[in-house]
Design a protein around this ligand. Structure first.
Ligand SMILES: Cc1cc2nc3c(=O)[nH]c(=O)nc-3n(C[C@H](O)[C@H](O)[C@H](O)COP(=O)(O)O)c2cc1C
Length: 218
């Protein structure tokens, strides 16, 4: 039995907003990423730092969710989360991830594969301290990814931690919460083109530390 829906098959966009060639890209994919990220900012893309992070779960299924890119360093991309969440457990078990950005307004996609490492406690402290007070209390209150009885359970926890920290300007970072850095080994820049003949430029990290750049068929 078919599910009633509007014409999904008829949703079709022709991609005409840009082109990408091998000779125009930077030799370092993170430098190229920086250029595209800045262009996404200039184009007022909605939440350009939202990225789909896929982990390999303990039961060996890929598992995806959105997290926010919080820093771009020379050697990788960082994000923050609860270390005891599902993704935290996945990453304890297997540090290989994939990250995906889709910037619809620019008809662009960036795919990254790499290894994650935990950020230093100092780097996590620094970012935690920059978060709004409500988010810091939220981090203490949410046993991320655990089954909870109801919304009330969460709100009671928030009330409790708000009271605990009532008299302190500073809220320490819980040790179960912090950052990771994704260090890429493969990066692909995808620019949508007309008639589905898209541009795909892929970087692969060689053992000697150099990046090989190839064009892939769309
Ligand atoms: C736009 C957006 C941004 C998000 N940013 C984060 C984030 O930076 N860190 C995080 O832990 N979860 C973030 N989430 C929630 C995650 O998608 C996810 O629900 C949560 O981390 C639990 O995932 P897990 O059970 O696989 O560990 C975000 C969700 C959305 C839709």
């Amino acid at each position: 039995m078919a599910i009633e829906h509007k014409d999904i098959a008829g949703i079709r966009e022709d991609y005409v907003k840009g082109i990408l060639s091998k000779n125009e890209v930077k030799s370092d994919p993170l430098k190229q990423f920086e250029i595209w990220f800045n262009q996404a900012l200039d184009a007022s893309v909605t939440e350009p730092n939202a990225m789909v992070l896929s982990t390999i779960s303990v039961n060996e299924f890929p598992s995806s969710r959105v997290v926010l890119l919080k820093d771009l360093q020379q050697n990788g991309l960082s994000f923050f989360t609860n270390y005891q969440s599902q993704k935290g457990k996945d990453l304890d078990n297997c540090n290989r991830v994939s990250v995906l950005f889709f910037w619809a307004e620019l008809q662009r996609q960036v795919r990254i594969e790499g290894y994650v490492e935990k950020l230093s406690p100092e780097d996590s402290d620094e970012y935690f301290a920059s978060r709004p007070r409500g988010s810091r209390i939220g981090a203490w209150s949410s046993p991320q990814s655990a089954v909870i009885p109801d919304r009330d359970f969460l709100e009671k926890k928030v009330e409790r931690f708000a009271q605990d920290f009532e008299d302190s300007e500073e809220i320490p970072r819980p040790d179960f919460w912090g950052g990771y850095i994704v260090k890429p080994v493969k990066v692909e820049f995808w620019q949508g083109r007309s008639s589905r003949l898209h541009d795909r430029i892929q970087y692969t990290l060689e053992e000697n530390g150099t990046w090989i750049i190839n064009r892939l068929a769309p």
